[in-house]
Design a protein around this ligand. Structure first.
Ligand SMILES: Cc1cc2nc3c(=O)[nH]c(=O)nc-3n(C[C@H](O)[C@H](O)[C@H](O)COP(=O)(O)OP(=O)(O)OC[C@H]3O[C@@H](n4cnc5c(N)ncnc54)[C@H](O)[C@@H]3O)c2cc1C
Ligand code: SF4
Length: 416
């Protein structure tokens, strides 16, 4: 604790600003109900150890949530301090604890059961950790060369330092996890092979099928996940910089914002086109604000209806239409409708479609589906379970943490 005194002094102001509310509204705003008030109280008592124990007792990976959660719409959005001014800077306090507290990793003795996790994204990692703590042997199969899933392949370095992935890998390995990288189940190895050596398999392969809206071009039309993979993993920044001058990013979620902000760093003109209004954008509030500061243009209540191409099939523009909002739909957001006779064109040479993702688990095994029993994580194949985005649909880091925990609990219950 002594070593941290200087750093504690820097954030003292932040934790002393918390009112230690009897009914902490911040915790209601957190999808995993982090014990925020209690870990802040421990910081106030200069007890980093207890703050760490409290934080990690609910959230196994604050390294991720403190950097990637939409605090302004979740915990901070509910903080009473925010009602009359600025909310408590909860992400900064969580970051401080996770950076400076080293937790004990006390796993129970081996219980003789072996579980395979397919996919080393946040859901798979959370499930792995939950099982390891209870004495299960855990093997993790991952098609990429590194763990992290969408956090590794999609989220750019300026937003999340990948050193935290290595920290998590080291810790899970110390707990007994075995990682098998560059192994794609369904290609390198079958699901049945996996089940021959494991009593249960948890499929946590994410939602990575891009929705390209039935549009295509020879050049200048790309899915958001493909673009981010090109920039983050295949290091193709120079190629994009050389080829494109005017970019239109289509969508309003975190993928769209990551595409726009990454491209803005290499290409002068980058706009986002979104069919609803700013209020309805699902992307993290901070991301939207930062994109604006960085010079990304926003075009709200407009939608792309087709691509404009030259004779070689290269994109030269987008045919668009104005939109208007209507009554709330089943998602709780205002519905949207095209405005009659409002078509127009936008010149651009690259359109990035970040309009959503779908789940495809058939690649693991034809017919494999998560719909067999809708109330739990079981698949339509014996001993197979689902978790994370491939079970919930594309969601968030924190929802996948909760879901990974829930799926692991179901797997453990199946042995009783
Ligand atoms: C660009 C982007 C930005 C985002 N920004 C945020 C954000 O700021 N905040 C937030 O809360 N959420 C954000 N999200 C959403 C969040 O990252 C996801 O909800 C979450 O990471 C999904 O976790 P998962 O473990 O279910 O799947 P994934 O993270 O997708 O992991 C699935 C893993 O399975 C592996 N895999 C797939 N198929 C196979 C196979 N056949 N065999 C072996 N391995 C396989 C994949 O390589 C991958 O590593 C973002 C998502 C993206 C794409
Ligand atoms: S709501 Fe805000 S002030 Fe109250 S306990 Fe939570 S962080 Fe502290």
């Amino acid at each position: 604790m002594k070593d941290n005194n200087e750093l504690l002094a820097q954030i003292e102001e932040k934790f002393n600003y918390c009112l230690s509310c009897p009914n902490p509204r911040c915790e209601e705003g957190c999808p995993v109900h982090n014990r925020i008030r209690d870990f802040i109280r421990s910081l106030k008592q200069n007890d980093l150890n207890n703050a760490g124990l409290v934080l990690y007792s609910v959230n196994p990976f604050p390294e991720f949530t403190c950097r990637l959660c939409d605090g302004k719409r979740q915990c901070q959005g509910k903080c009473v301090r925010g009602m009359g001014g600025e909310p408590v800077d909860i992400p900064a306090l969580e970051r401080f604890i996770s950076d400076h507290y080293s937790r004990d990793i006390a796993v129970k003795p081996e219980n003789g059961h072996r579980v395979a996790i397919i996919g080393a994204g946040i859901a798979g990692l959370t499930a792995a950790r939950t099982l390891l703590l209870e004495g299960y042997a855990v093997d993790v199969y991952e098609k990429e060369s590194t763990l992290g899933g969408a956090i590794y392949t999609g989220i750019p370095d300026y937003r999340f330092d990948k050193k935290y992935l290595h920290k998590v890998q080291k810790e899970l390995e110390e707990m007994g996890a075995k990682f098998f990288f560059n192994v794609e189940i369904g290609k390198t190895m079958t699901l049945d092979n996996v089940l021959a050596f494991h009593e249960r398999a948890l499929v946590a392969v994410g939602a990575s099928q891009e929705r390209l809206q039935n549009l295509s071009a020879e050049e200048g039309y790309v899915g958001g996940l493909t673009l981010l993979y090109d920039l983050n993993i295949l290091k193709k920044k120079a190629l994009y910089k050389k080829k494109f001058q005017n970019v239109l990013v289509w969508g309003g979620g975190n993928v769209a914002l990551d595409c726009a902000r990454s491209l803005k760093r290499i290409i002068p003109n980058v706009s986002i086109i979104y069919r609803r209004g700013e209020e309805q954008m699902p992307a993290n509030r901070d991301e939207i604000d930062q994109a604006k500061e960085e010079g990304v243009e926003f075009r709200f209540l407009e939608n792309i209806i087709s691509l404009e191409k030259d004779l070689n099939g290269k994109v030269v523009g987008a045919r668009c239409i104005k939109m208007r909002l209507g009554p709330l739909d089943e998602s709780g957001r205002p519905s949207f409708k095209e405005v009659d006779n409002s078509e127009f064109s936008i010149d651009c040479d690259l359109i990035v479609s970040a309009t959503g993702q779908a789940v495809d688990t058939e690649i693991l095994k034809p017919g494999l589906s998560r719909y067999w029993k809708s109330t739990n994580h079981e698949a339509n194949q014996d001993r197979v379970y689902f978790a994370g985005d491939c079970y919930l649909g594309p969601k968030t880091v924190v929802s996948c943490i909760q879901d990974g925990k829930d799926a692991a609990q179901e797997i453990m219950a199946s042995f009783r």
